[in-house]
Design a protein around this ligand. Structure first.
Ligand code: NDP
Length: 228
C-alpha cells in the first residue's frame, strides 16, 4: 500500500514519529495539526479534530493537493487527569470530544474516499489504559476504550469495501504528554512495565506503519499492544 497518509496531531510526539515513519515507507505523509505548519519536509494541513468543519476542510485540502487519503492515523489526544470526585464537566467532555469523537469524526470523513476507492487503512491510537483502567483517568480511559468499540464496528462496516480498521494501544511513551507527570509517578508506572523503560515514539510509529503496509492486509478489528 502506498498513497496518501494523514496523521492527526502529527506535529509532535507519537504523531510526528508516525508521519515520519509513513514518509520513510513511501507515503505522501501529511501532518494534520491545529497550527497547520509544515514540519521539516512533511506537508501540513490545519486540522482540529473537535470541529467537523475543520476536519472537512482539511480533507478537502489534502485531496486537492495530494489526492484521496489512503491511510488515516487518528492520533490526536489530550489528557485532563483528576480523581472523579473533583473532575469538572469540561474535563470529561473535552477528553471524550478530542480522543473519541474526534477520531470517529475523522474516520467518518476518511471512509468516504476509501469506500469509493475500495481500499484504505484507518488506525486509531488508543492506550494500554483502555483495558487496564487508570485511577485519575476515568475520562481518558473511557475515550480510549471507546476507540476499540468504534474500530471493531468500523472494521465490520468497511471490511467488505476493502478498508481495514485497527487500534494501536501504546504503554508509557516518552513525549510531552508524559513529561509533565513527575519522577515519582513515572517511577510508579515503570514498576508495572516488564521492560522497565518508556517507549520512544518511533517504537509506536513503526507498528502503525506496519498496519498501514501491505504486510498487514489481513489484519482488521485488531488491538495491537505496544506497551513493553
Ligand atoms: P502529545 O501531547 O505529545 O501530542 C498530542 C498531539 O495531539 C499534539 O500534536 C496535539 O496538537 C494534538 N492535538 C490535541 N488536541 C487536538 C485537536 N483538538 N485537534 C488536533 N490535534 C490535537 O501526545 P503523545 O504524542 O504522547 O500522544 C499521541 C497519542 O498517543 C494520543 O492520542 C495519546 O492519548 C496516545 N498515547 C500516548 C501515550 C504516552 O505515554 N505518551 C500512551 C498511550 C497513548 P497541538 O500541538 O496543537 O497541541
Amino acid at each position: 500500500m502506498t498513497g496518501v497518509a494523514l496523521v492527526t496531531g502529527g506535529n509532535r510526539g507519537i504523531g510526528l514519529a508516525t508521519a515520519q515513519a509513513l514518509g520513510s515507507a513511501g507515503f505522501t505523509s501529511v501532518v494534520g495539526s491545529r497550527a497547520g505548519v509544515a514540519v521539516g519536509a512533511l506537508p501540513a494541513v490545519t486540522l482540529d479534530v473537535t470541529s467537523t468543519a475543520s476536519v472537512d476542510t482539511a480533507f478537502e485540502q489534502v485531496e486537492a493537493e495530494h489526492g484521496p487519503v489512503d491511510v488515516l492515523v487518528a492520533n490526536a489526544g489530550i489528557t485532563r487527569d483528576g480523581l472523579i470526585m473533583r473532575m469538572p464537566d469540561a474535563d470529561i467532555t473535552d477528553v471524550l470530544e478530542t480522543n473519541l469523537v474526534g477520531a470517529i469524526r475523522c474516520a467518518r470523513r476518511a471512509s468516504r474516499g476509501m469506500i469509493r476507492a475500495r481500499r484504505g487503512r484507518i488506525i486509531f491510537v488508543s492506550s494500554v489504559v483502555w483495558a487496564l483502567g487508570s485511577a485519575g483517568q476515568v475520562n481518558y480511559a473511557a475515550a480510549k476504550a471507546g476507540l476499540v468499540g468504534a474500530a471493531r464496528s468500523l472494521a465490520r462496516e468497511l471490511g467488505p469495501r476493502g478498508v481495514t480498521v485497527n487500534v494501536v494501544a501504546p504503554g508509557f511513551v516518552d513525549t510531552d504528554m508524559t513529561a509533565v507527570l513527575g519522577q515519582e509517578r513515572t517511577d510508579e508506572i515503570l514498576r508495572q512495565v516488564p521492560l522497565a523503560r518508556l517507549a520512544q515514539p518511533a517504537e509506536i510509529a513503526r507498528v502503525i506503519a506496519f498496519l498501514a503496509s501491505d504486510d498487514a492486509a489481513y489484519i482488521t478489528g485488531a488491538v495491537i499492544p505496544v506497551d513493553g
